[in-house]
Ligand binder design. Structure first.
Ligand SMILES: *Cc1c(COP(=O)(O)O)cnc(C)c1O
Length: 406
């Protein structure tokens, strides 16, 4: 048998790419809106958006044009010099988020590293050098580099790399009393995802988030929100904390903000950023003209009231359709969680196996903790895509046989 192109890709990767990913076997070559195609010409409805990244859909013409134009004008300058676009994007982000200052980087984990450094440096500058600790939540995910890994609770991610950054205490989400008890005179900041993504699409409660802000105010602590997954219009607000009527001191944003182009930022109030003076942080690639152009193109679309309204409406319809379907398949599905177009379906069996089954039937979703599969469609989906997805999901659920436990 002659090898297909996909076989060749898989074999070469197996030899030469570090084997840290358990990839699904398909090889994707093209995308358009909410759809992607593999080497065999088979198409998939992509309700992963590359884990919440391709927020404007694939091959978005506006984003493609801006990136192409910038790529043929000026790609990179380093941070040795000014160029016009960090000013432009930081001003826009400040206006939209109320957080005065931005540090630009290239990923979520880098954004979190910056958040943690901002918080520590704040206290260092204030002369309270013992304030180096962090309080974080169980089931949180903040990234894979040492700092962000240190505030990630899951032993599966942490243990092989210990010792990590010391002084991190974990409390369960929702437990305001435990949170208050965990704060000491050595705490620099509390670090929270408003909606836990990898952990299984778990929105924080209103009560918990309000208590969190009050606690941070009381102790003058930095509140760091990780909105890497739930930010940039994903929940129908530009940032998810707007649903809770609270504001952070420091915020991490990445994933959707570049629409697929690698871009992250740490945003902070003037006060929280005050310790980060010249020489305290930096990035060679961070804030390059090409990334800034992509970020501007995404925000020009995603931060408009019409677009946010669209996400809210599609989120409500998708949620309602999923909730309506669940009683027909209640041996398989338990409930729907999330906000806007950041949804998760809690299953009664292994969600990873079901995600594989859906993929074979042309629907892409992404597994998360707690036997949840995440539904993270591009934010530009229309009702027809919701119908296609829910019909496909319902048919798949009817045919699915839960694999025997290994
Ligand atoms: C994905 C994610 C990260 C890490 O982002 P990378 O770009 O993969 O480094 C951090 N925090 C949250 C909440 C995420 O979902």
């Amino acid at each position: 048998m002659t090898k297909t192109f996909a076989d060749q890709v898989r074999e070469t990767e197996a030899r030469h790419v570090l084997q840290t990913y358990k990839r699904a076997p398909i090889v994707l070559v093209r995308g358009q809106g909410p759809r992607v195609w593999d080497t065999e010409g088979k198409d998939y409805l992509d309700f992963t958006s590359g884990v919440g990244v391709a927020s404007l859909g694939h091959a978005n013409p506006g984003l493609a044009r801006v990136v192409a134009e910038q790529a043929s004008t000026l790609v990179h300058t380093s941070n040795l010099f000014f160029h016009p676009y960090q000013a432009e994007l930081s001003e826009k982000l400040a206006r939209l988020s109320g957080l005065d200052r931005a540090f630009f980087c290239n990923s979520g984990t880098e954004a979190m590293e910056a958040c943690l450094k901002f918080a520590r440096r704040y206290w260092y500058t204030k002369g309270e050098r013992q304030r180096t600790g962090f309080v974080a939540l169980t089931r949180a995910f903040h990234g894979r580099t040492f700092g962000s890994l240190s505030v990630t609770a899951d032993p599966h991610y942490r243990e092989p790399f210990e010792p990590l950054v010391p002084g991190v205490t974990f409390v369960d989400p929702g437990d305001t009393d435990a949170l208050a008890a965990a704060v000491t005179d050595r705490t620099a900041a509390v670090v929270v995802e408003p909606i836990q993504g990898e952990g299984g699409i778990r929105p924080a409660s209103q009560e918990f988030m309000k208590g969190l802000r009050a606690l941070c105010d009381e102790h003058d602590l930095m509140l760091v929100l990780d909105e890497v997954q739930c930010g940039v219009a994903r929940t129908g607000k530009l940032y998810a904390h707007e649903h809770y009527g609270i504001t952070p001191d420091i915020l991490a944003t990445a994933k959707g903000i570049g629409g697929g182009f690698p871009l992250g930022a740490c945003l902070a109030t003037e006060n929280a950023a005050s310790g980060m003076v010249i020489g305290t942080h930096g990035s060679t690639f961070g804030g390059n003209p090409l990334a800034m152009a992509a970020g501007m193109a995404v925000l020009d679309i995603a931060a408009t009231p019409e677009f946010l309204n669209h996400v809210q409406q599609m989120g409500e319809r998708l949620r309602a359709a999923l909730e309506q379907m669940i009683p027909n398949h209640d041996q398989l599905f338990d409930s729907v969680r999330g906000m806007g177009l950041m949804l998760g379906v809690k299953m009664k069996s292994d969600s990873r196996a079901f995600v594989g089954y859906l993929r074979e039937r042309g629907l892409l979703t992404v597994a998360a903790g707690d036997n949840v599969f995440r539904v993270l469609p591009p934010l530009i989906i229309e009702e027809s895509h919701i119908r296609e997805f829910v019909d496909g999901l319902s048919a798949a659920a009817a045919d699915y046989e839960v694999p025997a436990a290994a």
